[in-house]
Design a protein around this ligand. Structure first.
Ligand SMILES: Nc1ncnc2c1ncn2[C@@H]1O[C@H](COP(=O)(O)OP(=O)(O)OP(=O)(O)O)[C@@H](O)[C@H]1O
Length: 303
């Protein structure tokens, strides 16, 4: 098992519900320092709700969550400020403010957390992050409506990087991108992770992303994380949903695509330290196989 110091995010006994609909029940998850953790599961299994709960936008019915060793549930925004400063978030679709330019969007977290920062410095940091996210320098004064889908994602990423985070949350970063744009975005994430030593919590349906850049993958089903491991370890679990997801036609295509390109990055040192660990969280995994198979066929996107 990973050492306690290696765990950046720890989730224990999480329960979330909306009215009668229970989304998570007894969900446990550890995210290790320095890894890119892919989070997969059928549509509606609660991946985004999990992310929102971890970052404090959703209050769960029950459970404990620590990030950087500090509890995040039930804390006032002002109390949790030191923790929130240490992460960046790219929401599904980018979630840019349409009335602000790219540079102004990037400056939003700077304004929120460093009110006294001189405007000139804020502009400088924003310009730097725009370029860091792979946008041309002249994208800064543009409005989101003037950007392509791929550029919007990069602008959202630039904003997520504004505070020099140690931890990055990405919700379906490659959704809606063309294959070349998606592969380029994967490369960008991988190289940022490597150069900045980031830990990345990455929700995706994109099998190519999982194969190309994730150290481990967590599978959400049946209101829990049913397993966490490398893709090979997950496949070895012989679980019907996991098998269909990774070994179905789209999974096979993703493997073929991966074999054609050089690996973007070596797996994280942390993952290498724990090469054989697979955490199968549920005992009754087989029970939800059939319903999950249907999800897998509908969800497992590849390029
Ligand atoms: N604010 C909310 N109020 C009521 N129900 C919600 C709310 N947010 C999410 N849900 C429900 O919770 C469930 C999980 O939603 P979530 O967005 O986390 O799924 P997901 O796994 O990210 O799905 P997808 O892969 O389609 O993005 C869905 O059934 C959704 O309708």
């Amino acid at each position: 098992m990973a050492e306690q110091d290696d765990i950046l995010i720890q989730v224990r006994g999480l329960r979330n519900s909306f009215g009668e609909q229970v989304i998570h029940d007894g969900l446990d998850l550890d995210v290790r320092k320095g890894e890119i953790l892919g989070v997969v599961g059928g549509s509606g299994t609660g991946k985004s709700v999990l992310m929102r709960t971890i970052i404090g936008l959703q209050t769960p019915d029950q459970g404990e969550i620590t990030v950087f060793g500090q509890p995040t549930i039930g804390r006032e925004a002002t109390e949790a400020i030191d923790v929130r400063k240490r992460w960046g978030v790219l929401f599904q679709g980018g979630a840019l403010f349409s009335t602000l330019t790219v540079a102004e969007n990037v400056a939003v977290p700077l304004r929120e957390f460093y009110r006294d920062l001189p405007q000139a410095l804020m502009d400088e940091v924003a310009s730097y992050k725009v370029v860091m996210a792979g946008l041309p320098a002249d994208a800064g004064p543009k409005y989101p409506a003037e950007l392509s889908g791929g550029m919007k994602k990069r602008a959202g990423l630039a904003r997520a990087l504004a505070l020099d985070p140690e931890l990055l949350f990405l919700d379906e970063p490659t959704a809606g991108l063309d294959p070349i744009g998606a592969a380029a975005f994967d490369q960008l994430i991988a190289s940022l992770q490597k150069t900045l030593g980031l830990t990345v919590f990455l929700i995706t349906h994109d099998l190519d992303t999982l194969y190309a850049i994730c150290d481990r993958v967590a599978v959400l089903a049946d209101k829990k994380v049913i397993a966490v491991g490398t893709i090979d370890e997950l496949i070895a679990l012989d679980h019907p949903w996991i098998e269909e997801y990774f070994k179905g036609p789209r999974g096979r295509a993703a493997v073929a695509a991966k074999d054609e390109v050089a690996d973007i990055r070596p797996r994280s040192a942390d993952a290498a330290r724990h090469p054989t660990e697979v955490e199968a969280h549920a005992t009754g995994q087989q029970a939800q196989g059939n319903a999950a198979d249907a999800h897998a066929r509908g969800e497992a996107g590849t390029r």
